[in-house]
Write a protein that binds this ligand. Structure first.
Ligand code: GLC
Length: 762
C-alpha cells in the first residue's frame, strides 16, 4: 500500500516518512513518546490524533498535532534495511511498505512486522452459505479479510497474549479473535464470544524472553485476530479511523503494564469503604426490603459497607428521581443505614425517559443535550423507562450538566454511583451508526462514539461527584474504554450462576487488571440463573480476593444473600468476608501500588513469574499482590484440588505448613477451605475483623510476619479524600527479618496508629 520508502524527516519527537505509493497527503509517522513507548500513526482521516484515552499534557499535545521535544530520540539514520530510530531502550526500523520492526536496543527482536500476505480462511459460497444461514450459523462469503486500517505482526512459537479488557475465555488470548464494540449481552457469556461490554484495545505479548504491548488507540469498532487465522501472525484493524497504535516495550510484563498505564492513566485510590463487602440485588422492591437486608446482615454478623440500590428506587426508572411510594423517605433510609455503617450506592443509567414535565428530559431537550438523528430530531429508543433519549456525553457541556445532576443524590447522602446500560444499551434494536453525537469540539456519530460512550458517562459522573463532595468518587461502570480507570471501577456485567462463569471470572478479572482497569469484580454468586449453595460458597471464596467485592443477582432468580443457603454456607460467607476485612490494610497498600505503578491488585501468576512456563496458561489460580496466592476450588463437587506454586518457599495460610514451590501437589479443600499460600518473608498488614470500615480504622494495625526475609511498604491515610495528594499520609518501611519486623516511618503526614502489633506466623 505504501510501496518503497523514499525519504524521511525528523521533527522533534516525530519521524515522518514519504513512500512512493502512499495516498496523496498521507504521511506515516513514528513518534518517540518515551524510552519504551513509540507511537505509529497513519492519519487516513486527516483529523490528526483524536485520543480520548490519553489525557493531560500528553493527550493534549498529541491531539494538537504538535511534536514533542527530541530528547528521547537518540539517533535516526538510514540503514540498508530502512530507517533506524534509537531510543535509550529500543531500536525501531522502518522499511518499505511502512513495515515497522521493534528490537531491544541491544539487538534482540521484540516485534516484527509480518512479511507476506494474510492467509484467508473460513470463506464459503453459494448454496452452502444459504444453508448455513438457514440454521443460523455465521459464515462469510468473502475471501477478503483485510480491514481498511490494518496491521499484521509476527508471532513467535512461544508467544502468549494477555490483556484486551473483559473478553471471555482464558487468560492467554492467543488463537482467538475479538471485536471491540461495547455489547450488552444477557445470554451466558461463552469462551468464543468476540465482544462484551468493554473495549480496551490493549494487548500484551509475552515472549520467551521479554514482553511488549500494543495499544491500538482507535475507538471505532476494531478487530483483533490473535493467531487464529494463522500461527505466524496476529492482526488488528478497523474499518474506520486511523492506524494509531502505541508500542510499549519493557523488560517484562510488569513494565509493559506500567508503560501502558503511564499513557492512559492509573486507577486512583478509592475510599477505604469501597474495599468492603457490597450487597446488591436487582429486585429490592422497597425501602422496607433494603432495611430488612441491612438488619439481617448485622444480625448474621456479616461485615458490609454498602448496599446498592438498583433501578427500583427511582420513580418509573427516571434518573435523578426517587420513588416515594415504595422507597418513601430517601434521606431517612440512607441516614438510618449509615447509622448501621452501611452506605448507599445508587444506579444511574444513561437513558432519560421521554416524559413531559420530567425535569431531566425537559432540560436536556431545551439545551440540545440529547443525541439526534441525522435529520436533527432527538433520537428515541427504549430502555427501562420505556421511550428514552441518550445524553450526548462526548460534549463537555453535557458532561458538566450531567455531573451536576448528582447533587440530587449527594444531598440525600448517597455515597457512590453505579453506571449501567452505557454501551449504550437499547431495547428497540441497536442505535444506527449515523445517530449524531459530539466528540468534544466536533460533530461525530454513533459509529465513532459508541465505544467511548460509557467512558464519557463515567468521566461526567466522576468529575461531577468530585466537585460536589471533594471525596474520592466511587463510580462503577459496565461499559468503558481504555483510560476509563481514571474515573471508574467496573464489574463484568450480567454473568450467570453457573460454574463455568465462576471459572471464567479469574482470567477475565486478571486481564481487566492488566488492561488498566484495576478495581473490578464479578457479580459474586452470578447475576442471572439460580445459584446453588455450593456455588455460592465457592464464589465468595474467589470474590473476596478481587478489588470490587459485590454480591448481586437478578430479579426472578434465586435470592442470593449469604444467609439464603443454610447455616453452613452462611458460616463460610462470614469466614471469607471477615478475612476480607482483616486484609483491608493489605488491600489498601496494593491499591496505592496500583495508583503509583499501574500494577493491578489482583493479578495472574504470570505477572509475577513470567519466566515460569507453568503459569503462562494458569487460569485457576491468581495472586493478591506479590505475596499471597489464591488457589480456589472452581469445580462442582471437588473437595481437593491440584495447586501449583511458583519458585520459592510458601506457607499454607490456614495450616502454616511450609511448601517448596516449583511443583504441583494436591491440597484438600473441603467446602469451607479456599487454599491460600503466603510467600516466605512476607509481612501482611491486617486489621482486626470489623462489621464495617468505620471510624476506628486507625486504632490497631497487626503485622503478620512469615518466616524469612522481606522488605515492604505500608501506606495509611484518611481513606476518604484527596488530602493525601498534599502529603497527608503515613508511609512505613517494614523489614521482616525471620519473623521479627522493624517498622520505620518513611513519611509522616497523618495520625499514627493507636497501636502496631507484630504477630509472627510459625
Ligand atoms: C443490567 C445490569 C444489572 C442490573 C439490571 C437492572 O442488566 O447489568 O446489573 O441489575 O440491569 O438495573
Amino acid at each position: 500500500m505504501f510501496g518503497k520508502l523514499k525519504d524521511y524527516c525528523v521533527n522533534g519527537s516525530k519521524i515522518l516518512f514519504t513512500f512512493e505509493g502512499a495516498q496523496e497527503g498521507v504521511q506515516p509517522c513514528v513518534e518517540v513518546v518515551s524510552d519504551w513507548i513509540v507511537n505509529v500513526f497513519v492519519d487516513y482521516t486527516g483529523t490528526g490524533h483524536r485520543t480520548r484515552a490519553i489525557e493531560g499534557e500528553l493527550g493534549e499535545r498529541l491531539n494538537s498535532g504538535v511534536s514533542g521535544n527530541a530528547e528521547n530520540v537518540e539517533s535516526v539514520s538510514q540503514k540498508e534495511n530502512g530507517v533506524e530510530i534509537n531510543t535509550r531502550e529500543l531500536t525501531v526500523v522502518v522499511g518499505d511498505g511502512f513495515l515497522v520492526d521493534f528490537y531491544y536496543r541491544q539487538g534482540t527482536p521484540l516485534s516484527l512486522a509480518h512479511r507476506g500476505r494474510r492467509t484467508k480462511y473460513g470463506a464459503v459460497s453459494g448454496q452452502v452459505l444459504e444453508l448455513l444461514a438457514k440454521e443460523g450459523h455465521e459464515a462469510s462469503a468473502g475471501t477478503e479479510n483485510d480491514y481498511r486500517v490494518q496491521e499484521v505482526r509476527s508471532l513467535g512459537d512461544a508467544d502468549c497474549i494477555y490483556g484486551l479488557g473483559d473478553k471471555t475465555g482464558f487468560l492467554n488470548k492467543r488463537a482467538y479473535e475479538y471485536e471491540m464494540w461495547n455489547s450488552d449481552i444477557p445470554d451466558p457469556h461463552e469462551d468464543n464470544f468476540r465482544a462484551l461490554y468493554k473495549s480496551i484495545p490493549f494487548m500484551m505479548v509475552l515472549k520467551e524472553k521479554g514482553a511488549y504491548g500494543i495499544f491500538f488507540d482507535n475507538h471505532n469498532k476494531t478487530y483483533f485476530n490473535l493467531g487464529k487465522e494463522s500461527r505466524d501472525y496476529y492482526v488488528f484493524g478497523a474499518d474506520q479511523g486511523n492506524l494509531d497504535y502505541y508500542f510499549v516495550g519493557g523488560a517484562g510484563l510488569k513494565d509493559v503494564v506500567s508503560g501502558y498505564t503511564s499513557l492512559t492513566g492509573r486507577a486512583p485510590m478509592q475510599q477505604l469503604w469501597a474495599l468492603g463487602y457490597h450487597q446488591s440485588r436487582w429486585g429490592y422492591e422497597s425501602e422496607e426490603q433494603i432495611r430488612q437486608v441491612a438488619g439481617k446482615l448485622r444480625e448474621c454478623g456479616l461485615p458490609c459497607d454498602c448496599i446498592h440500590f438498583d433501578i427500583d428506587y427511582m420513580d418509573h426508572y427516571k434518573v435523578f428521581t426517587w420513588n416515594q411510594e415504595t422507597y418513601q423517605d430517601a434521606a431517612k433510609v440512607i441516614s438510618d443505614l449509615r447509622e448501621m455503617g452501611i452506605k448507599a450506592v445508587t444506579i444511574i443509567d444513561p437513558g432519560v425517559k421521554v416524559e413531559k414535565d420530567y425535569y431531566v428530559y425537559e432540560e436536556g431537550v431545551e439545551k440540545g443535550y440529547f443525541a439526534k438523528t441525522p435529520e436533527g430530531e432527538i433520537y428515541v429508543n427504549q430502555v427501562w423507562p420505556g421511550d428514552a433519549v441518550y445524553p450526548d456525553f462526548g460534549n463537555p457541556q453535557v458532561r458538566t450538566w450531567w455531573g451536576g445532576k448528582h447533587k440530587f443524590l449527594t444531598e440525600l447522602g448517597v455515597s457512590g454511583v453505579w453506571n449501567d446500560m452505557n454501551e449504550p444499551a437499547s431495547f428497540r434494536g441497536p442505535l444506527p451508526e449515523d445517530v449524531a453525537f459530539t466528540d468534544e469540539d466536533a460533530p461525530s456519530d454513533h459509529g465513532q462514539m459508541h465505544n467511548i460512550y460509557g467512558h464519557n458517562m463515567a468521566k461526567a459522573t466522576y468529575e461531577g461527584w468530585k466537585g460536589l463532595t471533594g471525596k474520592r468518587p466511587f463510580v462503577i461502570t459496565r461499559a468503558c474504554y481504555a483510560g476509563s480507570q481514571k474515573y471508574t471501577t467496573g464489574w463484568t456485567g450480567d454473568n450467570h450462576s453457573i460454574w463455568s462463569h465462576l471459572r471464567m471470572a479469574i482470567p477475565q478479572l486478571c486481564n481487566l487488571g492488566m488492561s488498566g482497569m484495576n478495581f473490578v469484580g464479578t457479580d459474586v454468586g452470578g447475576f442471572g440463573s439460580d445459584c446453588t449453595p455450593e456455588l455460592f460458597a465457592r464464589w465468595i471464596q474467589v470474590g473476596c480476593f478481587f478489588p470490587l467485592f459485590r454480591n448481586h443477582c437478578a430479579i426472578g432468580c434465586r435470592v442470593q444473600e449469604p444467609w439464603q443457603f443454610g447455616e453452613e454456607v452462611l458460616a463460610i460467607s462470614r469466614k471469607y468476608i471477615n478475612l476480607r476485612y482483616e486484609l483491608l490494610p493489605y488491600l489498601y497498600d496494593l491499591m496505592r501500588e496500583t495508583e503509583q505503578t499501574g500494577i493491578p491488585m489482583s493479578r495472574p501468576l504470570v505477572l509475577e513469574y513470567e519466566q515460569d512456563e507453568n503459569v503462562r496458561n494458569r487460569n485457576d489460580e491468581f495472586m493478591l499482590g506479590d505475596r499471597m496466592l489464591v488457589a480456589p476450588v472452581v469445580e462442582q463437587g471437588a473437595r481437593e484440588r491440584m495447586v501449583y506454586l511458583p519458585e520459592g518457599t510458601w506457607y499454607d495460610y490456614w495450616t502454616g505448613e511450609k511448601k517448596e514451590g516449583g511443583c504441583f501437589f494436591v491440597r484438600k479443600a473441603p467446602l469451607d477451605v479456599c487454599p491460600i499460600y503466603v510467600k516466605a518473608g512476607a509481612v501482611i498488614p491486617k486489621f482486626p475483623a470489623r462489621l464495617w470500615v468505620g471510624e476506628e480504622k486507625d486504632s490497631l494495625l497487626v503485622l503478620e510476619a512469615y518466616p524469612g526475609e522481606g522488605t515492604y511498604t505500608h501506606y495509611q491515610d484518611n481513606g476518604e479524600d484527596f488530602a493525601y495528594r498534599q502529603g497527608s499520609y503515613n508511609e512505613y518501611k517494614l523489614v521482616n527479618h525471620r519473623g521479627a519486623v522493624e517498622v520505620e516511618k518513611l513519611h509522616e503526614g497523618y495520625r499514627a496508629y493507636g497501636k502496631i502489633e507484630i504477630r509472627t506466623r510459625a
